[in-house]
Design a protein around this ligand. Structure first.
Ligand SMILES: [Zn+2]
Ligand SMILES: [Zn+2]
Length: 244
């Protein structure tokens, strides 16, 4: 199994990186974690088969995590996708999906898609089975617009993949990351705290409590990227593959 960073960027294209999107593929599992606005471009650039993806997990409804879904869905529709697709995320996902689709392509929110799109609301702190995945969302702290905000703990094919979503420090992250084979965490800032986001100093203060086997930083701003040479932790880049 592997996780590939399709997009390791923030909302604003810092460092020329694509918006957040991770592709995970194993013996059975094939899914995305987030699908930011640039994700379809990123998937095609990496040669990832769009129609093999069964599930898209959404951490929250900001455009850099969710905005690629209209392009993904309509490209699949016009490509005559046959395989069902599951779109799963926090409460309100169906309304966000319809509004995003309509904003991107007027009148397309009412068409009959070529494939079965199942939209699933994931309750917080409850494990939900989605095909080969067992997904437990944890509420995190990321402001007042575009929520609810989730971090994810994903059990899949005897591995645990954990992801912070966008958030400031919250003790829930210790539960998300506990014993995970991989913990991918946002690290938007270097040493200046930015409200509703993590900075490297905050992650390092809590490092002993994050007992994941492997830590990878993502969602870095220009200020964080400028310091990347000094960072002792593994950092994501677009296209990076993590074997699990
Ligand atoms: Zn973001
Ligand atoms: Zn966000």
């Amino acid at each position: 199994m592997h996780l590939q960073f399709v997009g390791s960027g923030d909302a604003f294209g810092s460092g020329g990186r694509f918006n957040t999107c991770f592709h995970v593929a194993g013996a059975q599992a094939n899914f995305l974690i987030d699908c930011g606005a640039s994700s379809l471009v990123g998937l095609k650039r990496l040669g990832i088969a769009r129609d093999a993806i069964d599930t898209i997990l959404v951490s929250h409804f900001h455009g850099d995590h969710f905005g690629g879904i209209p392009y993904f869905v309509l490209d699949a529709h016009f490509g005559k996708r046959a395989r069902p697709l599951v779109l799963a995320g926090p409460a309100g996902i169906e309304g966000w999906y319809l509004r995003a689709l309509e904003a991107a392509f007027e009148h397309f929110s009412t068409i009959k898609l070529a494939f079965d799109l199942k939209i699933v609301t994931l309750p917080e702190r409850v494990a939900t089975a989605l095909g080969p995945l067992r997904v437990t969302p944890f509420p995190v702290v990321h402001g007042n617009s575009g929520g609810p905000f989730y971090a994810y703990r994903i059990e899949v094919e005897d591995r645990i993949i954990a992801y912070s979503g966008d958030t400031e420090w919250t003790d829930a992250l210790t539960e998300v990351a506990h014993g995970a084979d991989l913990f991918v965490t946002e690290c938007y800032a270097y040493d200046k705290p930015i409200r509703y986001h993590l900075d490297l100093a905050a992650i390092e203060r809590n490092l002993a409590r994050l007992d994941a086997k492997r830590l990878v930083l993502t969602h870095m701003s220009d200020a964080m990227l400028a310091q990347i040479g000094k960072v002792k932790h593994e950092t994501a880049s677009d296209g990076l593959v993590v074997e699990l």
